[in-house]
Design a binder for this molecule. Structure first.
Ligand SMILES: Cc1cc2nc3c(=O)[nH]c(=O)nc-3n(C[C@H](O)[C@H](O)[C@H](O)COP(=O)(O)O)c2cc1C
Length: 200
């Protein structure tokens, strides 16, 4: 199973391109699940260390839905809009709250495959930094990060939305590098994906 996590509080550009990525993975034979932060309550990590003691998060909110999806997933796609040149606060909260998973099981996420999607209103609005933030989260948690390969999508899928849904639909280059990245994601899942997870 592939889980796509959308870090936008709106049903607009990021939602659209993530769903396109999940459709591409379904076309390759995977079951895909979408989770969006829109309308969800996911508080920021409080660093209370409750998770280190009790092996679960103190905050009982919608993050528990994400924990279940991450448990099942072989592959993870994190998609974020650009906020001040990087990922949104909402997707950062999701990442930080995964501390509780590591507290319960150090290897919880290890060996899964991860790709990133960054959507900016500007052509150069922080997408590269955001992809690096997503890949850093993957590396820190033992998730294998995937690029789209050279000649088009060196560090993942990057979109220019011009701040609208129609704008992102016009981003031909964005969709080209999304395709390259989902192709590479598929290749990694086949070669290096966690064998102990149900497939597809
Ligand atoms: C608080 C805030 C900060 C933003 N900062 C940036 C930015 O630094 N760079 C950029 O390209 N776009 C920025 N934007 C624009 C959004 O990234 C852009 O409209 C994007 O398409 C939003 O994704 P969505 O349509 O999925 O919500 C910002 C938007 C908001 C609300």
């Amino acid at each position: 199973m592939i889980v796509g996590i959308c870090g936008s509080p709106r049903k607009q550009a990021t939602d659209y391109v993530l769903k396109e990525a999940l459709n591409q993975m379904e076309d390759k034979g995977y079951h895909a699940e979408f989770f969006g932060v829109r309308g969800k309550e996911i508080g920021p990590c409080r660093h209370c260390d409750y998770c280190l003691r009790k092996k679960e998060c103190f905050l009982k909110d919608d993050m528990f839905e994400v924990y279940e999806l991450l448990d099942e997933a072989q592959g993870i796609i994190i998609a974020s809009p650009m906020y001040n040149g990087g990922i949104s606060a909402q997707i950062k909260a999701v990442m930080d709250r995964c501390r509780a998973l590591g507290a319960a099981d150090y290897d919880f996420l290890r060996g899964k495959i991860g790709m990133g999607i960054a959507v900016g209103g500007d052509r150069s609005g922080g997408q590269e930094l955001a992809l690096q933030q997503i890949h850093t989260y993957y590396i820190l948690n033992g998730i294998i990060p995937v690029s789209g390969g050279s000649f088009g999508a060196n560090i993942g899928a990057s979109f220019w939305s011009q701040d609208t849904l129609n704008g992102v639909k016009e981003d031909v280059e964005g969709f080209k590098n999304l395709k390259k990245t989902t192709n590479m994601f598929h290749r990694y899942l086949e070669r290096y994906g966690p064998a102990n997870h149900e497939k597809p």
